[in-house]
Design a protein around this ligand. Structure first.
Ligand SMILES: [Zn+2]
Length: 202
């Protein structure tokens, strides 16, 4: 599905020519907006996850979740206009297992808040890679504790060096990302989004 977005408050017209949406200054901001974090609530209103706006919109369009809060942006998917959510709620209750989350690229980027752990630049997921703090060539493993979000320039600069050799240390000690950590992250992110607060501090 092709999704395009423009600022709802900036232009109320529902259908702009595609060339206007795809060109120039709009484009970069649109990509960023689709990566904005959305709080996911269980049917019981318990916060259970954070996902990218693009994923949240797909869940709403598929009828799996409903929008509880909007973020003020408006998005066009084919001929359907959708308000970009800030908080969504699943329509069916899902039991959340008490085990830690799967190790995945997505979850490591989420843990590190899409921020390069060496130069502190925040980027869209597509512009980040995963860095082995201790390189694989030096015996480093692919684990929560040895993988961090990293921009491509920092990844190239560090190469196969150990952190002290490259004088590049991760901004934060990489940790496993369990449900407790994820709640902590959700609270941290909630500080910048008033719409999340009532769901996170109850
Ligand atoms: Zn970097």
């Amino acid at each position: 599905m092709s999704l395009r977005l423009h600022n709802f408050s900036g232009n109320m017209r529902p259908h702009l020519p595609a060339s206007m949406l795809a060109s120039g200054a709009h484009h970069e901001g649109d990509g960023h907006a689709l990566h904005q974090p959305v709080l996911v609530l269980n049917a019981s209103y318990e916060p259970i996850n954070v996902c990218a706006a693009r994923r949240a919109i797909v869940l709403v369009l598929k009828g799996v979740a409903m929008t509880e809060e909007e973020n003020g942006h408006f998005l066009h998917a084919a001929r359907v206009a959708v308000r970009v959510p800030s908080v969504i709620r699943l329509l069916e209750y899902r039991r959340i297992p008490h085990q830690s989350r799967a190790l995945s690229r997505k979850n490591i980027l989420l843990r590190d808040r899409n921020t390069c752990q060496y130069c502190s630049t925040t980027l869209p997921s597509g512009e980040l890679t995963l860095d082995h703090v201790i390189p694989r060539s030096r015996g480093g493993l692919s684990t929560w504790e040895n993988l961090v979000a990293c921009c491509h320039p920092c990844n190239r600069r560090k190469g196969n060096q150990l952190p002290h050799e490259a004088n590049m240390k991760p901004a934060r000690e990489p940790r496993s990302f369990n449900l407790h950590t994820s709640r902590h992250i959700m609270r941290l992110m909630g500080h910048s989004d008033d719409k999340w607060r009532k769901y996170l501090f109850y």
